[in-house]
Design a protein around this ligand. Structure first.
Ligand SMILES: [Zn+2]
Length: 291
C-alpha cells in the first residue's frame, strides 16, 4: 500500500485485505448552529445566544448551489434578520411553524424567513425586484400550530435595522421587551424580559456586560437547539405552486418554451419545470373549484 499514490484528501482510510477488524463507528456529524437559552436568576429574564458562522456559511453555500446572487448591499441586512429570527424561534414552542416578512421601505427590500421549530430548520430569501411601496417599514409575523389557521400580526418599525425591527415586534406584538446585541462579529444575543423582570438591569445592559454575563450572573440552562438551513422545497411542491397559473393561462407561463426556471418563494432555490411535467401534474390534480 505504501507505493500507491496518496490522493490529496482520501475519502476513506484504506483497509488492508485480510484485516477484518471493523473500523470504529464514526459518530454522525453534529450539524447546525447551536442556540442556547438560559434563565438569568434574580433578574427574571431569558438570554438566548448563538454564533452564527455555520448558518451563514450554509446560507452562502445554498446561494452558490442555486446560482442566486442577491444584491450585495442587502447581505448584512439578511444575515442580521436571520440571526434575530433564529433567536426569536428559540424563544417559541416547538409546535410552531413561524415566518417573518420584513419590508424596508427606503431600500425597497423584502426579507422572508421561515422556521419549522420542531425540525430546527430555517430558510429564507431576499426579494429586491417589484417590491411594493408601503410608506413605512413593516414586520409581518405568521404562526401556524397544527391544523389551526395562520395567526398573523403586523407592526411597523422606524429604522432599517432588523434587530430594531425585532425589538419593535417584541414591544408591540409580544408585549414584553426584548433586546438584541452583537457581541462578536457573528455572536448575537437576545435578552427577553419575563414577568417581574429587573427592568433597571435590563435597560442598563451593554455589549460589555453581556460578554461578562457568565461571570456576573447566575444562569441556569433552559434549552439547546441546533438550527440548520433547510427549506424542504422539491419539484412536487413547485409544481403545486405553479398549477393554478397553468390551469388559468399556460401561455403566460411557458410562451413557446418547453420549460421554465422558477425560484422557490421561500428560499430562492432554482427549479426547472418542463411543460410536460406541469401538464401531467395538472391532469392528476384537477382544480378543487372548477368555477
Ligand atoms: Zn425552497
Amino acid at each position: 500500500m505504501s507505493d500507491a499514490p496518496v490522493p490529496p484528501v482520501p475519502p476513506q482510510p484504506p483497509v488492508p485485505p485480510g484485516d477484518s477488524a471493523p473500523l470504529p463507528p464514526t459518530p454522525p456529524p453534529i450539524e447546525g448552529t447551536e442556540v442556547r437559552s438560559h434563565f438569568v436568576r434574580t433578574r427574571n429574564a431569558v438570554i438566548i445566544r448563538a454564533t452564527f458562522t455555520e448558518l451563514y456559511v450554509d446560507y452562502y453555500l445554498h446561494l452558490a448551489a442555486n446560482h442566486v446572487r442577491p444584491p450585495e448591499q442587502h447581505d448584512q441586512k439578511f444575515k442580521d434578520a436571520l440571526a434575530a429570527f433564529v433567536l426569536h424561534s428559540t424563544a417559541r414552542p416547538r409546535t410552531e411553524l413561524i415566518a417573518w416578512t420584513l419590508h424596508f421601505e427606503q431600500s425597497m427590500l423584502n426579507i422572508f424567513l421561515t422556521a419549522d421549530i420542531a425540525e430546527e430548520s430555517v430558510a429564507g430569501r431576499i426579494f429586491a425586484d417589484n417590491v411594493r411601496q408601503m410608506q413605512a417599514n413593516y414586520l409581518y409575523s405568521d404562526v401556524v400550530v397544527g391544523r389551526n389557521p395562520t395567526h398573523r400580526s403586523m407592526i411597523t418599525f422606524p429604522d432599517e435595522d432588523p434587530f430594531r425591527a425585532a425589538e419593535a415586534f417584541y414591544l408591540q406584538s409580544e408585549q414584553r421587551p426584548a433586546r438584541f446585541f452583537t457581541v462578536g462579529p457573528e455572536d448575537i444575543v437576545m435578552v427577553c424580559s419575563h414577568p417581574d423582570c429587573d427592568t433597571a438591569w435590563f435597560d442598563s445592559l451593554t455589549v460589555e456586560a453581556l460578554r461578562d454575563l457568565d461571570k456576573t450572573e447566575t444562569l441556569s440552562l433552559l434549552e439547546r437547539r441546533r438550527y440548520r438551513w433547510h427549506c424542504g422545497c422539491n419539484q412536487e411542491k413547485i409544481l403545486g405552486v405553479l398549477a393554478p397559473a397553468m390551469r388559468k393561462d399556460p401561455a403566460s407561463l411557458f410562451g413557446n418554451d418547453p420549460s421554465l426556471q422558477v425560484n422557490c418563494p421561500r428560499c430562492a432555490a432554482r427549479h426547472v419545470v418542463t411543460r410536460e411535467a406541469l401538464e401531467a401534474y395538472v391532469a392528476e390534480h384537477p382544480a378543487k373549484d372548477p368555477a
